[in-house]
Design a protein around this ligand. Structure first.
Ligand code: KG4
Ligand code: ZN
Length: 338
């Protein structure tokens, strides 16, 4: 029997129902994920009410599976946590209510976690030696943000997208190409053999001093190329179009990271969120960090897209640092940094 402190978390902010169990030194004991992708694929995107119902159906299943996987019982846990926001209100309420019920019945502390802090905390799972200060690039379906992490729980927003998030750009352009939801991984797969220079797409807000992103121009330009050609041409050149799209999104992200690293002189980059599962982005950012002589952390792809373990890791860090004040609260538009 070890004397580790275990933290459980429920993540239900969007379309993954997940439960993770992680220790205060970031050992992952369980990370059970039910992906609702196939449910939403028929609509081409997430339908909030459908997501809430699917969470309701699966939340107790992921919880019991996680305990089984970890070979732990409720009584062995030190802290119960859930995603407080940002996210879909109905979806958030499912995880938060379930977790609150567990906390009340077991007289254990309860803690709501910011989903974006969860994404960043996946970096500690990958690299338990990671310490602030560092630069975090959060790239997901809903967010594209460059954040300076000056110390534990001290976040300063350096720049965010003015319109679409990077994942949204992948998903919307993928839809135009006829690829199903979510399109990020599909574009990557389709583009593997394609020519990255086949078409040139705008990168958005490329002045070096600006750390803001914009992906709406890229989406419009991509849509125009598709409209201006026959379906046969699009079909024939699908792999080249996918490769060019991936090139543009990755280039836009890498350039802004380079500017942020130049401006802040931070010694380490952490990239996280669903889009950080993208192999080409991982490679390009890895090379940038080698060139700059700084540290680089990117979570294993299983911890890039939404998962309970990353929320548990954030809660475990707060437990370790004595930062827990729990109460039941969901905040759909919760911010991490200003
Ligand atoms: O973090 P996440 O699971 O959910 C949000 O918090 O939004 O991110 C989901 C996003 C989707 O837009 C999906 O297309 C994108 O991450 N994504 C990828 C890849 N895997 C997931 N984008 C590009 N390449 C991938 N391999
Ligand atoms: Zn997310």
């Amino acid at each position: 029997m070890t004397n580790k402190k275990w933290v459980l978390a429920l993540e239900t902010s969007c379309d993954e129902t997940s439960c993770g169990i992680v220790s205060t030194d970031f050992e992952v004991k369980a990370n059970v994920i039910f992906k609702q992708e196939t449910i939403h694929a028929q609509y081409g995107g997430v339908i909030p009410e459908v997501a809430s119902r699917a969470h309701l159906e699966k939340v107790s299943w992921v919880y019991f599976e996680a305990l089984k996987e970890a070979q732990l019982e409720l009584g062995d846990l030190e802290l119960l946590s859930y995603t407080r926001g940002p996210g879909l209100i109905g979806a958030l309420l499912v995880g938060a209510s379930f977790c609150t019920g567990l906390a009340h019945s077991s007289h254990k502390p309860l803690l709501g976690i910011n989903h974006l802090e969860g994404h960043i905390s996946a970096g500690f799972i990958q690299n338990p030696q990671l310490r602030p200060p560092f630069l975090a690039l959060i790239v997901s379906g809903g967010h594209t943000e460059l954040i300076q992490v000056s110390d534990y729980f001290q976040y300063q927003l350096l720049g965010r997208t003015r319109d679409d998030a990077a994942g949204e750009a992948f998903d919307k352009c993928g839809k135009i190409l006829g690829l199903g939801y979510p399109s990020g991984p599909k574009i990557s797969e389709e583009g593997k053999m394609g020519n990255r220079d086949f078409v040139e797409l705008p990168l958005g807000l490329q002045q070096k001093s600006s750390l803001e992103f914009s992906f709406s121009g890229l989406k419009t330009a991509f849509s125009k190329i598709i409209q201006d050609h026959t379906p046969e041409w699009v079909q024939e050149n699908r792999s080249h179009l996918a490769a060019s799209l991936e090139e543009a999104i990755v280039k836009a992200l890498v350039r802004k990271c380079e500017s942020a690293l130049h401006q802040t002189k931070l010694p380490h980059l952490v990239v996280c969120g669903g889009v950080s599962a993208n192999q080409y982005l991982r490679e390009c950012l890895g090379k940038l960090c080698i060139r700059k002589g700084i540290g680089f952390t990117v979570p294993h792809p299983n911890f890039c897209t939404d998962n309970g373990a990353m929320i548990a890791a954030a809660a475990a860090l707060r437990l370790r640092e004595g930062q827990i004040e729990g109460e039941f609260r969901v905040t759909p538009n919760l911010k991490l940094a200003f």
